[in-house]
Design a protein around this ligand. Structure first.
Ligand code: PEP
Ligand code: MG
Length: 583
């Protein structure tokens, strides 16, 4: 009988296929013993599992090297762990012989001990812990042949729907778009970076499903309805399948491609809107160019570093240079690395703080690791003559902090001048406005900035005190809250007064339902994932900015998010169902 579970859609779409339940969280193994005469056989079983895991990882590393470049090296590091006789393999065997532990339990115990030692040793050792846990999980999976560990996803033979407890941004980044039809997870929130990546990869995703992993078995048929209901339907019946087919045809019709050369983003009252793209890897500009977007409004560079060995200055210079050339003559806004919170890098650590979103993140981490920061700035500047380059700093909280970041940039420029290395002296510099303190003091920031960009994801999170990744408060994560809108409005107004460019690059900018809001606030530059462009442009063409201004005024005056949302949904309702034409 079909079963349904509802969650939060973070990447719109539909999928129907076979479920693959994967364990991404911690595994737990109860203590177990074998009899005296089974000990040596168990030790051999352990050695075979190590070999099996090694072969599997080596194969994955090769495949990943072709597909992911630097990011594959994290997989290579797993091989080093599996070859560690002194710390891991021999102590496990000794334990099995001494205590007659099962191979599974001895593996679990020793790996857990070593992970705890690494954890206690502080950085950079502590940042290796997730890798040790992942190798432990793989080895135990080999020993018991149960759920597949996530790493096996890289050699999927068939198309599947991934069902997991949770996915980190780097796990999501390694999903094979060709084989993964969709994913559904117990945990996760709507505006986390895993969700953002799913949208970039175009993989339908529903998160915050609570216990979907215990409802589904690998091999069972499932439907992911990330369109009408936000549901996972397990073992669908004929009616469910019929409904899926109807929705699927509707979705295809809606996704007819829009090319901005033919269908400009122009409002009904002739206000041209500049559509820019959000990317997290240079290769994604191809998709943006096909759509005819007018530049990259946000390049989240930290995704280049999600791996064990990050690209050095030279590798970064090449990547940025290629990207600038590919996008020329349009501009590319390169945001310096935004680590911390839900994205970690082994060299900067992270994820171990009680409140990581309020802790060492983004520009704060860049200041704390100035060598890495300077290397990135050098790479960007050295590539800058290849096209039209802009630099943007994330999570700026006030003018002094912005000036400090610009100070580092200026000193890097001086260094390059002394070395006789050319760069584009006209590179523009801007700040993300995503912390309320920055929005409230934006006039001062603008004194030194060429432009700013509204990061509505973090602005919503920090204004409303709602963790963007926490499913328990997902319903409170609402960028249409009057407080968020007022902060956005004052930012746009300050930019108008000072004649500085302002764009929005958070998820709100790429949601057709919010087009009346961003237009009404006076924004004319919107940056979004490529897949969002057709829907947003289609919506913009049906709107008049004057009408949108009225809607936003009313929303900002509302007494809370619910009232503001009601005003917006009434406006967004199709004209036929409204008594009076308001647009
Ligand atoms: C934002 O916060 O809105 C933003 C665009 O940055 P990120 O989502 O990468 O934090
Ligand atoms: Mg942000």
């Amino acid at each position: 009988m079909s079963r349904r579970v509802r969650g939060t859609v973070v990447s719109e779409g539909l999928a129907r296929g076979e479920a693959l339940v994967v364990a991404t969280g911690e595994v737990s193994v109860p203590e177990g013993h074998v009899s005296e005469h089974q000990v040596e056989r168990e030790v051999q079983r352990f050695r075979r599992a190590v070999e099996g895991a090694r072969t599997e990882i080596a194969r994955e590393e090769k495949a990943a090297r072709e597909r992911l470049g630097e990011m594959s090296e994290i997989i290579g590091w797993y091989l080093t762990i599996l070859a560690d006789e002194t710390t891991l393999l021999q102590p496990i065997e000794a334990m099995m012989r001494r205590e007659r532990f099962t191979a599974k339990y001895a593996t679990f115990r020793r790996f857990s001990e070593v992970a705890a030692q690494f954890e206690g040793a502080g950085e950079p050792m502590a940042s290796r812990v997730p890798d040790i846990i992942d190798v432990k999980r793989r080895l135990i999976a080999h020993l018991r042949g149960g759920r597949k560990p996530l790493g096996e996803l890289e050699r999927l033979q068939r198309k599947v729907v991934i069902i997991a407890d949770d996915l980190t941004p780097s796990q999501a980044a390694s999903l094979d778009r060709e084989k993964v039809l969709a994913f559904a997870t117990d945990r996760g929130g709507p505006a986390g970076h895993t969700a953002i990546l799913a949208r970039h990869l175009g993989i339908p995703a529903i998160v915050g499903l609570d216990n979907v992993t215990s409802m589904v078995r690998s091999g069972e048929p499932v439907i992911i309805d990330g369109l009408s209901r936000g549901e996972v339907i397990v073992d669908p019946n004929q009616d469910d399948v019929h409904e899926y087919q109807v929705l699927s045809r509707r979705l295809q019709a809606r996704r007819r491609r829009v090319h901005l050369d033919q269908e400009r983003a122009l409002t009904k009252d002739d206000v041209p809107i500049t559509i820019l793209g959000n990317i997290d890897r240079g290769e994604q500009v191809g998709g943006l160019r096909e759509l005819g977007v007018e530049g990259v409004g946000l390049f989240r560079t930290e995704f280049l570093f999600l791996g064990n060995t990050a690209p050095d200055e030279e590798a970064q210079r090449e990547h940025y240079g290629r990207l600038l050339r590919d996008m020329a003559p349009h501009s590319v806004c390169i945001r310096t690395m935004d680590f911390g919170a839900d994205k970690w890098d082994h060299r900067v650590g992270g994820g171990k703080e009680p409140n990581p979103f309020l802790g060492m993140r983004a520009i704060r981490l860049s200041f704390a690791h100035e060598g890495l920061f300077r290397a990135q700035l050098r790479a960007i500047l050295r590539a800058s003559l290849e096209g039209r380059c802009q630099i943007m700093f994330p999570m700026i909280s006030d003018a002094a902090e912005f000036r400090r970041a610009v100070g580092v940039l200026d000193s890097v420029k001086d260094e390059l001048r002394k070395e006789g290395i050319p760069f584009d002296e006209r590179v523009e510099v801007g700040a993300m406005i995503e912390v309320p303190s920055a929005a409230l003091t934006v006039e001062n920031i603008l004194a030194d900035a060429d432009f700013v960009s509204l990061g509505t994801n973090d602005l919503t999170q920090y204004t409303l005190a709602v963790d963007r990744t926490n499913p328990l408060v997902a319903e409170m994560f609402v960028p249409h809250h009057p407080a968020v809108l007022r902060l956005m409005q004052r930012t746009v107004a300050a930019c108008e007064v000072q004649g500085k460019r302002v764009s929005a690059c958070g998820e709100m900018a790429g949601m057709a339902e919010y087009a009346p809001v961003v237009l009404g606030l006076g924004l004319t530059r919107l940056s979004m994932a490529a897949r969002r462009v057709p829907d947003v442009v289609t919506r913009i063409r049906k709107l008049s900015r004057e009408a949108c201004r009225g809607v936003v005024e009313a929303m900002m005056a509302a007494d809370g998010a619910a009232a503001a949302h009601k005003i917006l949904t009434q406006f967004n309702r199709p004209p036929t169902s409204r008594r009076r034409q308001t647009r």
